[in-house]
Write a protein that binds this ligand. Structure first.
Ligand code: G6P
Length: 471
């Protein structure tokens, strides 16, 4: 018996080296969580290869490398990438779930392609699913998949985890395909979210759109119940906590320290995304500079923006706006010896990132909406016993657990400004006390715990359904 993870992307990157395609495993949170899951079952992973390969020889070669890792690639055509990935997933569902109503784009091909690709994933999954397997579907790109699989295989446990916010009924109801999506999700035995709020939104939406009876966290279907629950995802705490003990991270930290000098460092790290509140954060920083001239020459904002979805129009526009904003700030305030904003538009290696976390005096994490936000947790873990302050948006799922940070409304640039001043002036003793409380939480609710809790609950639902609906 197996556990099969199904996600839009496989946790690998295909790179070309000397005319040959090679796989590089990317150790994201989910891959780590799954890797550390203690189970006798074989672990398989099915997902998009992330690359359009036309050469059949190269494809066969990649497939062989994938097979060794128990990865099962799904190949998408350029049209499917455009309409399913960039289109319905990232131009319709993503803005909808993040409450960016005016960013929702639609096109007749989007929904058709979304259905087609979910069916393609189903077809690929059916080739490997055997009776008794556990199938764990991840995220908003594959919301039709649970019901598609259930229709074809009966003796299988299906779980679904929604990594982004689930919006309130008032938002979700605008979606023309709302009923189909909900029916797709209810094909699972367990539908789970990061927070209790998202879970509540989902239950009320199911009731109001489909009229299904919901008793507490159970949706009652004719022949089974679907459990709805909240599992806050965590990180591999030890990996981040112990990073600075590695010589290569120490070396990076020394290099960076030399570059930034005695400046206090405010750090922000995000994927390029309008949901991350990057422009509002910059507005808060501008206000801080304007009203606190005593800090000029002493504080810099280090902004790391990881390129993402830049073929989607709203993302490309955001990139231009960020460039303009930062150009404006640095043009106005820079001196020969001080740069107010250091901007990096690229991914950082693990060594660079953890060295930055360790050095940063403040982490400024202010998404306008975020399912969870693991950067906040990584910063807390990586600080070890070095003082530091987390400023965290009240719109990030992580705030439920990390309320001992300085919590701000990310739409209020004055609050961001005040929070920066408060963090800069916070006595070290208080910083360390807060960090300790936060570290206790982040080190307990790890990604391993998250995956274990999810799978344990999924198994128990199957037993419950068997007992309740035994013929
Ligand atoms: C978010 C989503 C994930 C997605 C990731 C990267 O965290 O919840 O499902 O994989 O962003 O986005 P991308 O579009 O590059 O896969």
């Amino acid at each position: 018996m197996k556990i099969i993870i199904i996600s839009n992307r496989l946790p690998v990157k295909i790179v070309e080296e000397n005319n040959e395609l090679k796989l590089i495993k990317s150790e994201g949170g989910l891959a780590t969580g799954l890797g550390s899951l203690e189970t006798k079952r074989e672990k398989h992973w099915l997902g998009w290869s992330g690359m359009h390969i036309t050469d059949e020889g190269q494809k066969a070669d990649i497939n062989k490398q994938m097979e060794e890792l128990k990865f099962h690639p799904v190949y998408l055509t350029p049209n499917q990438i455009k309409n399913y990935y960039e289109g319905y997933s990232n131009s319709t569902i993503w803005p909808l779930c993040h409450y960016f109503y005016s960013y929702i784009g639609s096109n007749n091909n989007y929904w058709e392609s979304y259905k087609e690709v979910n069916a393609l994933f189903c077809e690929a999954a059916l080739k490997i699913i055997e009776p008794g397997d556990i199938v764990w579907v991840q995220d908003y790109q594959l919301m039709l998949l649970p019901a598609m699989i259930r229709e074809k295989v009966k003796d299988v446990s299906i779980g679904y985890f929604h990594h982004i916010p689930f919006p309130s009924y008032e938002m979700f109801r605008v979606l023309p395909e709302r009923a189909e999506i909900l029916r797709g999700l209810l094909g699972a035995d367990l539908v789970a979210f990061h927070t209790y709020d998202y879970m509540r939104h989902f239950i009320s939406t199911v009731y109001r759109v489909l009229g299904y009876e919901c008793i507490l966290d159970e949706v009652q279907l004719e022949d089974r119940i679907v459990e709805v629950d909240a599992f806050p995802m965590g990180i591999n705490y030890d990996l981040f906590h112990d990073a600075i003990l590695r010589p290569e991270v120490q070396e990076k930290a020394m290099e960076l320290k030399e570059g930034f000098g005695d400046n206090k460092i405010i750090l922000s790290v995000d994927r390029l995304d309008y949901s991350k509140g990057i422009l509002m954060r910059l507005k808060g920083f501008i206000k801080f500079l304007k009203h606190n001239p005593e800090y000029h020459g002493k504080v810099s904002l280090v902004m790391i923006v990881v390129p993402s979805r830049d073929t989607v129009g709203t993302y490309a526009k955001l990139r231009t706006r960020i460039n303009e904003f930062i150009g404006g700030i640095n043009g106005k305030y820079s001196t020969l010896s001080w740069t107010p904003v250091y901007y990096f538009y690229r991914a950082f290696s693990f060594e660079e990132l953890t060295a930055m976390y360790y050095l940063a005096d403040i982490a400024l994490v202010t998404p306008l909406r975020d399912g969870m936000n693991l950067v906040a947790k990584e910063y807390i873990a990586a600080k070890r016993d070095k003082p530091g302050v987390l400023i965290l948006s009240e719109m990030a799922g992580a705030v439920i657990e990390l309320s001992d940070s300085i919590v701000v409304n990310p739409n209020n640039s004055k609050e961001i400004e005040d929070a920066i001043v408060k963090a800069l002036e916070m006595p070290e003793k208080e910083q360390l006390e807060n960090l300790k409380k936060l570290q206790e939480i982040v080190s307990t609710q790890t990604v391993k715990q998250w995956a274990t809790d999810f799978i344990t609950e999924l198994k128990s639902i199957k037993e419950l359904n068997n007992q309740r609906f035994a013929k």
